[in-house]
Design a protein around this ligand. Structure first.
Ligand SMILES: NC(=O)c1ccc[n+]([C@@H]2O[C@H](COP(=O)([O-])OP(=O)(O)OC[C@H]3O[C@@H](n4cnc5c(N)ncnc54)[C@H](OP(=O)(O)O)[C@@H]3O)[C@@H](O)[C@H]2O)c1
Length: 306
């Protein structure tokens, strides 16, 4: 298990009752991993990339009502205002909230400003986790990590982390950071299992969060996924997410469909045999859906021109 043993997340007095149950009660089924700070990170979060307006409002509300207790956004997703409106209806301490700073904003003052702006849009005075969205080789990592430490010291972010960092980039961040790098959010799914990067994260107690955990639906076509979906009478999405949970990964499925959002949390009242999990371990194709190596020279992956 990356970053600590599974546990259940205890909540506090809720504002809302969900189907006669408190928010805390519905959340107790979701396993968590323990971060270096001692905070508990629920292993399934509501992904929100590329959805805005009513779609993201309904998606996040459906997720929180179903018991996710964890929402993943970013300044670059342009949906923090809407998410903030939804969060206002829930107890803040019942939600593990993550945002990210864009690579164009990684100098010291911009990191501070980006975080303060995200907090304003989200209607909260702290983030549970703040991530560098992508590395930016044009800006000093030491400067960025100093800003992250300042945010941590000011209590504006409880945990810091990175996203889309290679093992080498992560080791550099660890070297210059005064606060533990709690998380590396990376593309991860059965077709992109990244064993070397995963091993380095595990060796350094860095929790792995799976971005694009469903491979943006491409992985639904996998023969093993299809076989197991039929065998266990579950959807391809559920089979993939179950495997990620069992492998100690924190997973962030995104859906614009509230029914899918709910289905993606129905993972904890059934089991998969170890030999079937191993069949999915064997499904790796080294096939990215967004983190293509060619991005380094064909696109503005670092957002430098933004
Ligand atoms: N750090 C980064 O750079 C980075 C990059 C990518 C993603 N992420 C994070 O990871 C999250 C997820 O990644 P993603 O949005 O790229 O892709 P994804 O979650 O792998 O796939 C999303 C797709 O899966 C479909 N889907 C979800 N649940 C389903 C279900 N139960 N049945 C059928 N279809 C289902 C959705 O369609 P419907 O809407 O029709 O359900 C949508 O087309 C993002 O939202 C973001 O929070 C981070």
């Amino acid at each position: 298990m990356a970053g600590g043993a599974p546990d259940t997340r205890a909540g506090t007095e809720p504002q809302r009752l969900i189907g006669g149950r408190s928010q805390s009660e519905v959340m107790t089924q979701v396993p968590t991993v323990t971060l270096p700070s001692g905070d508990e990170l629920p292993q399934v979060g509501v992904g929100t990339w590329d959805i805005a307006g009513d779609t993201v409002r309904e998606s996040v509300r459906a997720g929180l009502d179903a018991g996710y207790g964890h929402v993943d956004t970013a300044e670059g997703y342009m949906n923090e205002d809407e998410i903030g409106e939804v969060l206002a209806d829930y107890d803040r301490e019942d939600v593990f909230l993550t945002s990210k700073v864009l690579p164009k904003n990684l100098n010291y003052e911009s990191v501070i400003q980006s975080c303060e702006d995200s907090l304003e849009r989200l209607g909260t005075d702290y983030l549970d986790l703040y991530l560098i969205h992508w590395p930016n080789p044009a800006i000093s990592l030491r400067e960025t990590m100093n800003a992250m430490a300042t945010l941590h010291d000011r209590g504006l972010v409880r945990n810091v982390g990175v996203s889309n960092f290679s093992a080498y980039q992560l080791s550099c961040a660890q070297h210059v950071s005064d606060v533990p790098i709690a998380v590396n959010q990376i593309e991860f799914h059965p077709w992109l299992q990244r064993p070397d990067l995963v091993e380095y994260c595990r060796e350094t107690d860095t929790v792995i969060e799976a971005a694009a955990p469903l491979g943006r639906t491409e992985v639904f076509e996998d023969d093993t996924v299809q076989d197991l979906a039929e065998e266990y009478d579950k959807s391809p999405a559920q089979v993939i997410l179950k495997w990620e949970i069992e492998r100690g990964i924190v997973t962030l499925p995104k859906s614009s469909t509230p029914e899918h959002v709910r289905q993606n949390l129905e993972l904890f009242d059934w089991d998969v045999a170890e030999e079937d999990l191993e069949r999915l371990d064997d499904a790796d194709r080294d096939h990215p859906v967004y983190d293509h190596p060619s991005r380094d020279w064909t696109g503005d992956v670092y957002g430098i021109s933004q």
